[in-house]
Design a protein around this ligand. Structure first.
Ligand code: XMP
Length: 513
């Protein structure tokens, strides 16, 4: 952004975490660019960056369709940091016998990393050992000639990092960019500041002006519509763009029928505070429920939601003669729907690649949730918007699981969601939780109420903590809060059981569908 030349090039080898590397560098104050391997060499030669990061990736170096990294990057004298697959590629490229193909399942989850003595420059300022996040199949079983092992796990049994200082090559098997790695930013900072000699050139305040300028440029003479859900992303984006685009922007809220309790009123208030001129459209509710209620399959539901959502927007666009649609899509949405670089698809998101016949502009597609929350703060919206928990576009439709969605079931979940939020607020927990999800799990179970048998529904309460939703950890509620939730939710005549779900992501996702 801002025409500054990125100092670091991140070569995307297909990892879910590639965008997180870029985000971490932004956080540290450095401008970077993500490019696919095929475009990397030409870009490096033209732009003279200070260093190269090779991301992780889902492939094996033995795959015939493994990423095509140009070997010439090793001869440019630039410092290179290989992460996960990037490390395996560095090892394999120097010596074909170093990488062991995965034998017994993947290494997945936390590992304790020990550093060798003397400490490598890349691990400066870290504690004696750290807990790091690993997610890989193949591994580097021995280092190529000229390389030194600089970190291990499992009492020295597993090589976790290696370097070849004279060739300016460093690499780690674990993921230094994700928040599950302790002191995650220190390693990247060591690489960029100390090894590459990077100079801080990224200021958060520049971002708002850049978003406005870029969007204006893309919109040109056109006019745009934007859907505002009251969530952080769309509200912040509309607030950023409204003064810049004026009459060329029309903001809508579509009431899909899958909203939380009192959502529409709250969103109207928020829009007012943000200076957004918002129109609420509620005539399509039946269309949503009729279409989505015909399936219980998670992806089919999302697909149907997308279709109806798209049709509604097309109607609205026609009405206003809009040429463009502006979307609050974040990096996370693009990564998870497989639209970012080479990462593998996890879920379809309702607002990615809609193909509405309108040109799409996604001004936030480089950013993560916490960054958008920071932008909300700059607009004084933190109380109303940025502290609100995120809510998916398809809303409560994703929270009636395993049975066809009906208005009655949506109402049970809607009421339960409001009750749980109330209890959590009362116990001063709501703001500490990144997201609370209350879902109805379709399978019925037997309960007893007032001496009578009830064959009823089960509700699940899921509370998680995270900053970027790429990974989440369960937020464990105290027993007395669980008891209160169970007692309040099971008052509903049809609800017989309440479960709590604190599974991390991975292996679960934040939502149930
Ligand atoms: P998952 O379940 O993918 O959720 O771990 C990560 C975050 O994204 C939200 N989410 C969505 N948001 N459209 C959205 O606008 C969607 O289709 C969608 N699916 C998940 C989810 O609530 C969580 O905050």
């Amino acid at each position: 952004m801002k025409g500054k030349s990125p100092q670091i090039i991140i070569i995307d080898l297909g990892s879910q975490y590639t965008q997180i590397i870029r985000r971490s560098l932004r956080y540290l104050g450095f401008h970077s660019i993500i490019l696919e391997p095929e475009k990397s060499l030409a870009w490096i030669k033209e732009n003279s960056p200070k260093g190269v990061i090779l991301s992780g990736g889902a492939k094996s170096v033995y795959d015939s369709d493994a990423p095509n990294i140009p070997v010439e990057i090793l001869n440019l004298g630039l410092p290179i940091l290989g992460i996960c697959y990037g490390m395996q590629w560095l090892a394999y490229t120097h010596d074909k016998t170093t990488v062991h193909k995965v034998q017994e399942g993947k290494s997945y989850g936390p590992v304790e990393i020990n550093f060798t003595n003397p400490r490598s420059l890349i691990f400066n300022n870290l504690k004696d050992k750290i807990n790091a996040w690993s997610s890989h199949g193949d591994s580097v079983a021995k280092v190529p000639e000229g390389f030194t092992v600089i970190a291990t796990s499992k009492a020295g049994g597993v090589i976790e990092a290696m370097e070849n200082v004279s060739k300016k090559l460093w690499s780690v098997q674990f993921h230094p960019e994700v928040e599950q790695t302790e002191d995650e930013n220190i390693i990247l900072n060591n690489f960029v500041s100390n090894i590459c000699g990077g100079v801080k050139d990224y200021d958060k305040k520049d971002v708002i002006e850049e978003i406005r300028e870029n969007t204006k440029k893309i919109l040109g003479e056109g006019t745009a519509i934007i859907g505002v859900s009251g969530g952080v992303d769309s509200t912040v984006l509309a607030a950023i763009l409204t003064p810049a685009l004026g009459d060329k922007l029309k903001a809508f809220m579509i009431d899909t029928g899958g909203m939380r309790k009192d959502e529409v009123e709250k969103v109207k208030q928020i829009a007012k505070k943000a200076g957004i001129n918002l129109e609420v459209v509620d005539k399509y509710k039946d269309k949503f429920i009729k279409q989505i209620g015909t399936t219980i399959d998670a992806e089919e539901k999302r697909a149907k939601f997308r279709t109806v959502y798209g049709e509604v927007f097309q109607d609205i666009a026609k009405l206003y003669g809009a040429t463009h649609m502006i979307q609050g899509t974040l990096a996370t949405d693009l990564i998870e729907s497989g639209s970012a670089g080479k990462s593998e698809m996890i879920k379809t998101h309702h607002n990615v690649d809609l193909n509405l016949g309108l040109k799409e502009i996604m001004p936030l597609s480089d950013f993560f949730k916490f960054e958008v929350r920071e932008m909300a703060e700059m607009f004084g919206l933190e109380e109303l918007v940025s502290k609100r928990q995120p809510f998916p576009g398809p809303g409560l439709y994703l929270r009636v699981v395993g049975v066809p969605v009906t208005e009655e079931l949506l109402e049970i979940v809607r009421e339960a969601d409001a009750e749980v939020a109330e209890i959590l607020k009362k116990h001063n927990l709501y703001d500490k939780i990144a997201q609370t999800i209350v879902a109805l799990i379709g399978a019925k179970t037997v309960g007893v109420k007032g001496d009578g048998r009830v064959y009823g529904y089960n509700l699940v309460v899921r509370t998680v903590e995270t900053t970027d939703f790429m990974t989440v950890k369960g937020f464990y509620l105290p027993q007395e809060v669980c008891e209160e939730i169970i007692s309040v939710l099971s008052r509903h005549p049809q609800v017989v059981r309440v479960f709590f779900d604190w599974t991390s992501k991975p292996p679960a996702t934040t939502e149930f569908e």
